[in-house]
Design a protein around this ligand. Sequence first.
Ligand code: FAD
Length: 284
Amino acid sequence: MNRIETEGSRFFSLEYFPPREQSARERLVETTKQLLEIDPAYISVTYGAGGSTREGTEDTVQMVSNLGCEAVPHLACVGSQPEAIREILDSYQAKGIRRIVALRGDMPSGMGLADSPLRNAVDLVRLIREHSGDWFSIKVAAYPEMHPQAESFDEDLDHFVAKVNAGANMAITQYFYNADAYWDFVDRAQAKGVTIPIVAGIMPITNYSKLARFSKMCGAEIPRWIAKRLESYGDDVQSIRDFGHEVVSRLCDDLRRGGAPGIHFYTLNQAEPVLKICRALQAQ
Ligand code: FAD
């Protein structure tokens, strides 16, 4: 039986990507100081498949820890050798890191899954449990609107359940703008015996063209009425942000009222959109 992870009274968690430039690193320190206002349960830091951002992930994890917030590294297994993953796990354990987000990642172009000894996130969850026992609390990804490469909803759900049964303690969803997709996924997972918390991943809306491009790639749907409204604002950035804020705040409020165990913001390393949403929620 997996230990059920809770965040106590803390409802929000945050996600960063490792910045490349020194100036962006410095900005992220300031962003973090601002975001501490919402008392996040932790800040997670993404990892490039094949180890492409290993140093950046570790540096950002260190920066977050230095500012007094728990940092949670992501680890993507595809394209990596098990020995390299074990070494990373040992180094995180030596630094006292207790939580990790375990992912497959996306294959660098030109490489097929067949070239990878660790093909799916479930392989990574198993490796972590075999190598590090119960040291890490493991979070895995979930897809309320189905992973874009999955053959069917049912198969995708079975693969999610396999990750939970292999030892995951918590799940974070891909972002979505349709709360029904989230509740349906939670119901279907629970019907299969899943009891771990499934935290809702939320992407604030600040830039429509980037969001549309990214959503296409990762299989997240922007409902037609939202897409049409955003499109209608053209280059009017302020109206896009205002409408995006309204839509996402309402979504977060619905999720909170409906009993979601937490909200994980994909911050894109920006403080303001997240702070504004959290302040709006706290005011209600
Ligand atoms: P999996 O759980 O392995 O699933 C991937 C696909 O394979 C699904 O279609 C699933 O149905 C299928 N599948 C699973 N197991 C099997 C099996 N045994 N046999 C056959 N098919 C199977 N990417 C990064 O590179 N770095 C990050 O830091 C990162 N962070 C993320 C954080 C969150 C919260 C989320 C939701 C995604 C993140 N991603 C990240 C993106 C993620 O790596 C991609 O979505 C990737 O395509 C799938 O990763 P996964 O861990 O969900 O894979």
